[in-house]
Write a protein that binds this ligand. Structure first.
Ligand SMILES: [Zn+2]
Length: 162
């Protein structure tokens, strides 16, 4: 099968973003790349799930960020399975990236559901030495506080598909 990425290599896309314009409690989705196949084009999307305003002095608590990653990925994979390619925290500790194929995630409410499902998880998944790279570095209470604060601030105006 013919397989090639249609999008030109623009380097690290995030560096081209004006970080002064990024709002907290927002989800911004862009097409990361388009895979051209003999059967048609497959868009690969990337969501910037921003919890905190960049450089505001407010960031994720490291342990809470790690637990939020476990909760959010568990919820996202439970709904969308392999149509989620990745969900990981940003190194700057202000949010998460989610790379995905699922067109359902181009809707505002799909993200509300992921957050609600993540908040409903009672026992932190994957927090064992055999399933996590730093299983003691967790704080579920802090993670859920951050998830709840995100949901409280998130609105249709803060959801964008570019
Ligand atoms: Zn882990």
């Amino acid at each position: 099968m013919e397989f090639k990425a249609k999008t030109p290599n623009v380097g690290v896309a995030s560096f081209a973003k004006d970080h002064f314009k990024i709002e907290p409690h927002s989800v911004t989705i862009q097409v990361q790349t388009i895979i051209e196949t003999s059967g048609g084009e497959i868009p690969v999307y990337k969501a910037d799930i921003r919890f905190y305003r960049p450089n505001s002095g407010e960031y994720f608590y490291l342990l809470g960020c790690h637990s939020a990653e476990h909760l959010l990925s568990t919820a996202a994979y439970a709904i969308y399975g392999a149509k989620i390619l990745d969900l990981s925290p940003m190194g700057c500790m202000t949010g998460f990236y989610c790379t995905f194929l699922a067109p359902e995630l181009l809707e505002y409410s799909a993200w509300v559901r992921i957050f609600e499902d993540a908040l409903a998880i009672e026992t932190l998944p994957g927090a064992l030495p055999e399933t996590c790279g730093n299983y003691l570095m967790h704080d579920t209470i802090s993670a859920k506080k951050a998830l709840r604060e995100f949901l409280n601030g998130y609105s249709e105006e803060l959801f964008r598909v570019k």
